[in-house]
Design a protein around this ligand. Structure first.
Ligand code: C2G
Length: 132
């Protein structure tokens, strides 16, 4: 069984995330999503999430491509995760191109092109404009 992992906040979940998760799953048979916990988002990623960790976890677990959701609590857990879960492939979007090349020592690293026309910021801006 080929095991894949990817990392992210996935808030507000949109089709750019789904595109990434679909392509990540196509890299193997089992996809783990390491989902950024609320404190990690606020203190380390400076992201204020709309949905809580548990709500985002529930959304991700409903996606057919996702087999397991684990917490991401630190930038530096990736090596341990790859060893613990016997990961073969680490997948990230192209906005992270190069950032995780060091992980090539532990698993294959694949960057997929971001879905450029959609982002959480775009959604929030559009909603503000439309008074949503
Ligand atoms: N993504 C994408 N297209 C978009 C938006 C996001 O392909 N329009 C991808 C990102 O490249 C990332 C994943 O979807 O691989 C999750 O995106 P975010 O939730 O924004 O993840 P991020 O905050 O970048 O966290 O340790 C790594 C970090 O946790 C990544």
């Amino acid at each position: 069984m080929k095991r894949v992992i990817t990392y992210g906040t996935f808030d507000l979940l949109h089709y750019g995330h789904i595109n990434l998760l679909k392509r990540a799953k196509e890299q193997g048979d089992y996809l783990i999503v390491a989902l950024s916990e609320d404190e990690f988002n606020e203190k380390c990623k400076y992201k204020k999430c709309y949905f809580s960790y548990n709500e985002r976890k529930q959304l991700l677990e409903a996606i057919r491509y996702v087999d397991l959701v684990i917490p991401e609590i630190s930038w530096s857990q990736k090596i341990e995760d790859v060893k613990l879960y016997h990961i073969d492939v680490l997948v990230m979007g192209s906005d992270w191109e190069g950032h995780f090349d060091f992980m090539n020592e532990y698993c294959k690293v694949v960057y997929f092109l971001r879905t450029v026309e959609i982002s959480t910021t775009q959604i929030k801006n559009d909603l503000n404009l439309k008074g949503g």
